[in-house]
Design a protein around this ligand. Structure first.
Ligand code: SF4
Ligand code: SF4
Length: 380
């Protein structure tokens, strides 16, 4: 049955820019990144935020790329605050100075989410593709807490750091974070490109889950531990985005509006742009938003499955990437006729190594490739 009129959105993810000093191989940004010249200007972003507030959105996530690459970040935060939006800065930390963090706090920023790549400096810098990133992030964490802003530390888990998932929770406590998010890699964008080098073995993933869950209990009252388990190793898929186009909108640096950050990889979808339509029109009428609302689109085994209102058939992007059709059940599900694809990927991920991996680093153009030489990590 199709859902009646869509529920109202509660969150907007504003990808202000794809520019980023880091080059994380698990980055979920698309392989074709928007160049600076294509980015929405300040006036358009402010109009988008105003439209978001008027459709009832409460939370604004300022993301990228690295949002601090935008010179108008303070102005955008101030505008969001004037609209009563709760603003969350999702940042690598690189590019944030103490002066800028103070200005952002004064402009009304509500929260900072800082990524770390590992608890071990050399490995963290190798994963980030940026020498000195780890040390810089520790400094930025202190700028954030000194400015009185609540801090969440975010760590993406994969083969190179899976054994230090617990150490990353402990690092977040030392940094003064109120919350830490330990999220196993989602294989989209650059993450999909590097999947073979990122996927931990089932044993490693399960050991990490156990450690993080134990810390979650032990540290209750000290820090909130949010744990996003690795869905490739699960029996059922994740309830992706809490259902397609149900709660959030994602605006790309060039103004394209997506129901989720990875949706562009499904070629059949038609996305509308904020240059041509209001957010309200896009939420209600854009073909991409309506493509997988409700459950009319579902095939068996999802169509007659009792879990379809719990996990919504999993992730449409993952279904497309692995099975070639976004209408199929997410192959992560053990009931999917394509589940063997996931088993094969996991079987190939049994490489037990802690050696630095030769990643395809995320970059804007091949000429900006971050090489091992440039990073001065040849001794690793
Ligand atoms: S995941 Fe890494 S490369 Fe991608 S936007 Fe975030 S900090 Fe930049
Ligand atoms: S068959 Fe479909 S709805 Fe049922 S558990 Fe699997 S993915 Fe979810």
């Amino acid at each position: 049955m199709n859902a009646p009129f869509p529920s109202r959105p509660v969150g907007l993810l504003a990808e202000l820019t794809h520019r980023c000093p880091l080059a994380c191989p698990y980055c979920s940004n698309p392989l074709e990144l928007d160049a600076r010249e294509r980015e929405l200007d300040t006036t358009t972003w402010k109009r988008v935020f105003s439209e978001a507030a008027s459709v009832g959105i409460l939370q604004l996530h300022l993301s990228g790329g690295e949002p601090a690459s935008r010179r108008d970040l303070v102005e955008l935060v101030a505008h969001a605050a004037s609209l009563g939006l709760y603003s969350n800065l999702i940042t690598s930390g690189i590019g944030l100075t103490q002066v800028l963090v103070t200005k952002l706090a004064e402009a009304g920023l509500d929260h900072v989410q800082l990524s770390i790549q590992d608890s071990e400096p050399q490995s963290a810098d190798h994963i980030a593709g940026y020498k000195g990133a780890f040390a810089r992030k520790l400094e930025v964490a202190s700028f954030v807490t000194e400015a009185g802003l609540p801090l969440t530390v975010n760590a993406v888990i994969h083969r190179a750091n899976v054994r230090r998932a617990g150490a990353m929770v402990e690092l977040a406590v030392r940094l003064g974070a109120r919350r830490v998010e330990i999220a196993h890699t989602q294989y989209y964008g650059w993450g999909a490109k590097n999947r073979g080098l990122l996927m931990p073995s089932r044993e490693e993933a399960e050991a990490a889950i156990e450690v993080v869950e134990r810390l979650k209990t032990q540290l209750s009252g000290t820090i909130v531990v949010d744990h996003v388990a690795p869905d490739y190793h699960a029996r059922y898929p994740k309830p992706c985005m809490s259902g397609w186009a149900k709660r959030t909108l994602n605006v790309t640096p060039a103004g394209k509006v997506l129901p989720c950050h990875a949706a562009e990889l499904i070629p059949e979808l038609e996305f509308w742009n904020v240059a041509d339509h209001s957010l309200e029109e896009i939420w209600n009428d854009s073909p991409a938003f309506n493509a997988f609302r409700g459950d009319d689109w579902m095939r068996e085994p999802c169509r007659s499955c009792s879990r379809k209102s719990i996990d919504f058939g999993g992730c449409r992007c993952q279904a497309f990437m692995l099975s070639g059709d976004a209408r199929n059940a997410d192959p992560v599900c053990h009931l999917s006729p394509h589940h063997q694809l996931v088993e094969t990927i996991l079987a190939e991920a049994r490489v037990d190594t802690q050696e630095p991996q030769p990643y395809a680093y995320r970059r804007m153009r091949p000429s900006q490739a971050v090489t091992r030489e440039r990073l001065d990590i040849s001794a690793e």
